[in-house]
Design a protein around this ligand. Structure first.
Ligand code: HSE
Length: 434
């Protein structure tokens, strides 16, 4: 049988990895796919020194690949929202299947892209968009399809996890670790996407859609990054038996779906609390399977290429199948998506870590306790440290039981208004993940 012809758009970190894996494992991949896979064209702006592309037709114009009649599958690895969207829509219009690693594109324009793909009877595959080399899309969409999914929680930004790990283990400074993550090719072109939680929110949006059968709704995700975390909070969390991780949480509740990305205290004996460096992990809790944990490299050249190539193999296998009988893009049949709303963060529920800087006066602790109890907030533990030499203030660290966020917002406003409380109260959400 003639090989399937693919065009790679973008020969950067992931594009280069994809090209190399396809060359190196060509025979194994063909045995799995049932046909050879030939890179028939590459669109790139500059050569990648890691790739031997001699003999492969090259263009500087990605749209040439999308309209090339020779090409069966377009691999979009240019990133970004705008040209990538136009490229993918053009490829679909030309009847081509698409494989992409672009989480921003799928999270923001996925509903439009999948509708167009259905109209044209083509596949858009996006395993590499979430958690690099971990086949978590396939696991949720196919492996867990018997389950009603209760929640998904994941460390889904390798750069952020790498920074937190280096800060905690080696006391390294934030900018220094970020620069290393950029040099290693982990960070996004705009690294604020990593450290402000936008990249994780893109990925969580995709995970929530395939877990709960809802349209992609990135604009409703609550997003908080890691830039305001301090070593003091990392250390206090450790003393309380917790690790701080940057977590994406999607939870189905009776009122709606929680969709939130933020630093989170996790009990330090949980497996996911021990996922370090650039590694990612996603926990999925289903009513039948219980909790499952998927772990692996969340970024990097060949781990991400592994997912791109796995998608290619899937597409090759499914090319001759009836489009109606393929795995739906968002796991659920398109006419069976649910309108269950995404909850605003004020309506989400979690436990909290609070750090209050107070003057060393009698009765402050009683006032704090009374503000919380008046709002029905149950304190789980309190740790009061000795007066800090540099400012003469007493750090009070509290863990609370679970409460609706709006109630905690009211309590924090009241706490910050106390005469003996100085500055803002630090609040970090806590998840037991049990
Ligand atoms: N910037 C992303 C990360 C790359 O660090 O996880 C993989 O999506």
């Amino acid at each position: 049988m003639k090989p399937v012809k693919v065009g790679i758009c973008g020969l950067g970190t992931v594009g280069g990895g994809t090209f190399n894996v396809l060359q190196r494992n060509a025979e194994e991949i063909a045995r799995r796919a049932g046909r050879g896979i030939e890179v028939a064209q590459i669109a790139m702006r500059s050569p990648n020194p890691n790739c031997q592309i001699t003999g492969t037709p090259i263009t500087a114009d990605v749209f040439e690949v999308a309209t090339n009649p020779e090409i069966d599958i377009v691999i979009e690895l240019i990133g970004g929202y705008t040209i990538a969207r136009d490229l993918v829509l053009k490829a679909i219009d030309n009847g081509k299947h698409v494989v992409t690693a672009n989480k921003a594109l799928i999270a923001v324009h996925g509903n439009e892209i999948f509708a167009k793909a259905r109209e044209k009877g083509v596949i858009v595959a996006f395993e590499a968009a979430v958690a690099g080399g971990i086949p978590v899309i396939k696991a949720i969409r196919e492996g867990l399809s018997a389950n009603r999914i209760n929640w998904v929680a994941g460390i889904i930004n390798g750069t952020g996890n790498f920074i937190l790990t280096e800060m905690r283990e080696k006391g390294r400074a934030f900018p220094d670790v970020l620069a290393e993550a950029q040099a290693l090719g982990y960070a996004e072109a705009d690294p604020t996407f990593d450290v402000e939680g936008i990249d994780a929110a893109h990925k969580l949006t995709i995970l929530a859609s395939i877990a709960f059968g809802i349209p992609l709704q990135f604009d409703k995700a609550y997003t908080e990054g890691i830039t305001k975390l301090t070593t003091a909070d990392v250390n206090y969390a450790e003393a309380l038996g917790y690790r701080i991780k940057h977590l994406g949480v999607a939870r189905s509740t009776a009122n709606g779906i929680e969709l939130r990305v933020h630093p989170t205290l996790i009990p330090s004996d949980r497996l996911i609390a021990n996922v370090n460096g650039v590694m990612n992990a996603v926990m999925v809790n289903g009513d039948a399977a219980g909790s499952t944990l998927f772990y692996g490299a969340g970024a990097g050249m060949e781990p991400t290429a592994s997912s791109v190539v796995a998608d290619l193999v899937d597409v090759v296998r499914a090319m001759t199948s009836d489009p109606e009988n393929r795995v739906p893009h968002l796991a659920f049949q398109p006419d069976s998506l649910s309108a269950h709303p995404i909850l605003p963060i004020e309506a989400c529920e979690s436990a909290y870590y609070l750090r209050i800087q107070a003057k060393d006066h009698p009765g402050v602790l009683a006032q704090v306790a009374s503000i919380l109890s008046e709002r029905g907030i149950n304190i789980e533990s309190i740790m009061q440290k000795e007066v800090e030499e540099q400012d003469g203030l007493v750090p009070m660290i509290l863990l609370t039981h679970s409460v609706v966020e709006q109630r905690m917002n009211d309590a924090i406003t009241a706490l910050e208004a106390l005469q003996d409380v100085v500055g803002n109260v630090v609040r970090i959400r806590v998840e037991q993940l049990s």
